[in-house]
Write a protein that binds this ligand. Structure first.
Ligand code: AMP
Length: 288
């Protein structure tokens, strides 16, 4: 087993490596990450390897998606450990560009997905999805992979990326991967490292609240009462008032006021709330 995959740090070297893969008639998959790799990221790499001959993992803590006062400087970074984990999961190449390669002096263009990108996470974190959409568009165009894999953990992000790839005619298949969880239901996240021990014990309440809401909604219970009950549960578990607990159409994220609004199609319950200084997000499927 290789200890670390080959590492490229420039667009030119990435393109040369991708060209070599393609010259061998090998299909390619890209897994974009911000590093601090955990089992959720590794699952994406494994899925990528199951779907394509070659997997490229990118590691880039994207300053453009952090707002003022957010954790850009303290975000966990450990390249040596990440490269070993990526190699063990099957990554064939790591793309680790410095900020100056991604955003050289004079870089000004942004990609914005209005509507979808202004809602929920976008409303709580202004500019967040423009930062995400811009860097993901660049990563897709830099690597031009056959497929790119993203986690359902960041459900709205997955929809934003599907939208931009379709709208900008980027020739890539966007693949979603199920959320990897701890045994108690907490979704794996690099930010879980910020949780104090007592917060860590209470953190699974978010997953429980969202799955309970989805279950109640599927049974036809009142949506407003369900989301109010979920908020109350979270407050009791020590969370701050949630940024949102929302029941939406799964494909469009359109608001739905009752089960009938889903017309028998899948829904999604999405939530975000702060526990101490850590902001957690998660979501649950609603299958009518
Ligand atoms: P991040 O490094 O947090 O930007 O995440 C990189 C990718 O990993 C994104 O597509 C995330 O949705 C995905 N991801 C993060 N956490 C999980 C998880 N617990 N299960 C599955 N995918 C995840």
């Amino acid at each position: 087993m290789t200890e670390r995959p080959p590492v490229v740090r420039t667009v030119a070297d990435l393109r040369a490596a991708m060209t070599r893969f393609k010259a061998g008639a090998e299909s390619t998959a890209l897994v974009p990450t911000m590093g601090a790799l955990h089992k959720g990221h590794l699952k994406l790499i494994e899925l990528a390897k199951a779907r394509a001959h070659r997997c490229v993992v990118s590691i880039f803590v994207n300053p453009a998606q952090f707002g003022e006062g957010e954790d850009f400087t303290e975000y966990p970074r450990d390249e040596t450990r990440d490269l070993a984990a990526a190699a063990a999961a099957g990554a064939d190449l790591a793309y680790v560009p410095p900020v100056s390669e991604m955003y050289p002096p004079g870089h000004i263009t942004q990609v914005t997905v209005p509507g979808l990108g202004d809602d929920l996470e976008g409303a709580s974190r202004p500019g967040f999805f423009t930062g995400v959409a811009t860097v993901v568009t660049k990563l897709l165009l830099q690597a031009l992979p056959d497929i790119a894999v993203f986690g359902e953990k960041d459900y709205q992000q997955l929809l934003v990326i599907r939208r931009l790839a379709a709208d900008l005619d980027i020739p890539v298949e966007i693949t979603g991967a199920p959320t990897v969880r701890e045994a108690d239901g907490l979704a794996l996240s690099s930010r879980n490292a910020y949780l104090a021990p007592d917060e860590r014990r209470n953190a699974p309440a978010l997953h429980r609240a969202l799955t309970d809401t989805a279950e109640g909604a599927a049974q036809g219970r009142d949506f407003a009462e369900l989301t109010a009950a979920a908020e109350k549960t979270l407050l009791e578990a020590g969370f701050a008032k949630p940024d949102y607990i929302a029941i939406r159409h799964a494909r469009t994220l359109a608001s739905v006021a009752c089960l009938a609004d889903l017309n028998g199609e899948p829904g999604r319950v999405l939530g975000a709330a702060r526990l101490g200084r850590t902001r957690l997000i998660d979501n649950a499927p609603l299958n009518p």
